[in-house]
Each structure stands twice: as structure tokens, then as C-alpha cells.
Design a protein around this ligand. Structure first.
Ligand SMILES: Cc1cc2nc3c(=O)[nH]c(=O)nc-3n(C[C@H](O)[C@H](O)[C@H](O)COP(=O)(O)O)c2cc1C
Length: 178
């Protein structure tokens, strides 16, 4: 395991984010992962954050509400197996299944959080949520509201688009490559 300076890996993190990376959570015994393509590394209150946007209906939303932490897993090499796992994890809910086990991914204990890192997707950010915010619906431009929140897919479905996003500010407390 090698600790890293997040800034040196910003291009890698952002290029991979656009294609889909993972947010992992653990609440009690229940470990889960979901794919995200929205987010950023940024600074506020002199702290370094990974900011992620999670729709209300995601199981991950429930997990983060309960634990206030998550890890982010970024691939260094997008092999066909990793691409397949990220697509699988982004297309069904972990409420009643174990997506990480289904994809044969190896979990490694976090250092400062309970959420795991993933051996096969080695660039890891451990994040503690110190702030969250509901997006203000009235401030979202009409065309984006129509495009991203069209109200025709039930919020329990994986491709739910009815519900809005909570923005979670995860302070990056550890950053490393497994
Ligand atoms: C490439 C890709 C990017 C995604 N990005 C996001 C995102 O940024 N925020 C979000 O709420 N859902 C996003 N999703 C959808 C979730 O990954 C999907 O609904 C998943 O089933 C949620 O899992 P969960 O219910 O176990 O939390 C994305 C899906 C894919 C395939």
C-alpha cells in the first residue's frame, strides 16, 4: 500500500470518474458499492473533499445517511473485467444482493473508516462526511430538470430519475494505492 498525494492523481481520478468509479459503504455487516460519474475533488474550509451526488432512492443514500462515511475506488487500469464490474454495480441496487461478492471483488479493511477498499480497483480515497446538502430544485435550470429528473422512473429502480440528489462532502482522510 502506497499513500498518495491526491493532487498528483487528479487527472486519473477525473478521467476515470467520467467513465464510472465506485463509492463503497459499510453499515454494520452490510457492505455495498455503487457506480458514480458525478463528483469532484475540491477544497472548502481549508479541507480536501471528495464530493459525490447521490439520488435519494439509492441504497447507498441510506448507507451514507446512517454511517456518514464512504470510500471511493478508482481503477488504474480499466480491464474488461473491471469495466464489467463497474457496469454491474451501477445497474442494480445492493439492497437485497451483494454486488461486490457477485463481481468477485476482494475487500480490504479501511484504515480510518469502516467502508472497505477494493484490491482490484486500487486507488482509494477514504472519506468522512462532514457536510451534506439537498440540491435546491427551484435553482436547477428547467432544461436540466427535464433531462435529469423526468419523473417517469420509480425511485426504487436502479435507473431511477424521479428523485433529486443529496450532495455529500466527504473529507479525504486517507488516500492510497493498494
Ligand atoms: C456510469 C454510471 C454512473 C452513475 N453515476 C451516478 C451518480 O453519480 N449518482 C447517482 O445517484 N447514481 C449514479 N448511477 C446509478 C447508480 O450507480 C445505480 O442506481 C446503482 O444501482 C445504485 O446502487 P445502490 O442502490 O446499491 O446504491 C450511475 C450509474 C452508472 C452506470
Amino acid at each position: 500500500m502506497k499513500q498518495i498525494d491526491v493532487f498528483e492523481y487528479l487527472p486519473q481520478i477525473m478521467i476515470e470518474l467520467k467513465k464510472g468509479i465506485l463509492v463503497n459503504t459499510k453499515n454494520g455487516d452490510k457492505t455495498n458499492s455503487m457506480t458514480i460519474a458525478w463528483g469532484q475533488v475540491g477544497i472548502e474550509w481549508r479541507k480536501l473533499f471528495f464530493t459525490t451526488y447521490i439520488r435519494h432512492g439509492r441504497f447507498t443514500h441510506e448507507q451514507i445517511e446512517n454511517t456518514k462515511e464512504f470510500t471511493v475506488s478508482v481503477p488504474l487500469e480499466r480491464t474488461p473485467e473491471i469495466a464489467k464490474a463497474i457496469a454491474y454495480i451501477g445497474s442494480r441496487s445492493g439492497r437485497n444482493i451483494n454486488k461486490l461478492a457477485d463481481c468477485n471483488l476482494t475487500l480490504i479493511d479501511g484504515i480510518e473508516v469502516n467502508s472497505p477498499a477494493i484490491k482490484e480497483i486500487p486507488l482509494t480515497l477514504e472519506c468522512k462526511v462532514i457536510y451534506s446538502q439537498e440540491q435546491e430544485i427551484d435553482k436547477i435550470p428547467v432544461e436540466l430538470k427535464e433531462q435529469f429528473y423526468p419523473q417517469n422512473v420509480d425511485s426504487t429502480a436502479p435507473m431511477a430519475n424521479r428523485d433529486y440528489h443529496t450532495v455529500y462532502y466527504g473529507e479525504i482522510v486517507q488516500a492510497y494505492i493498494l
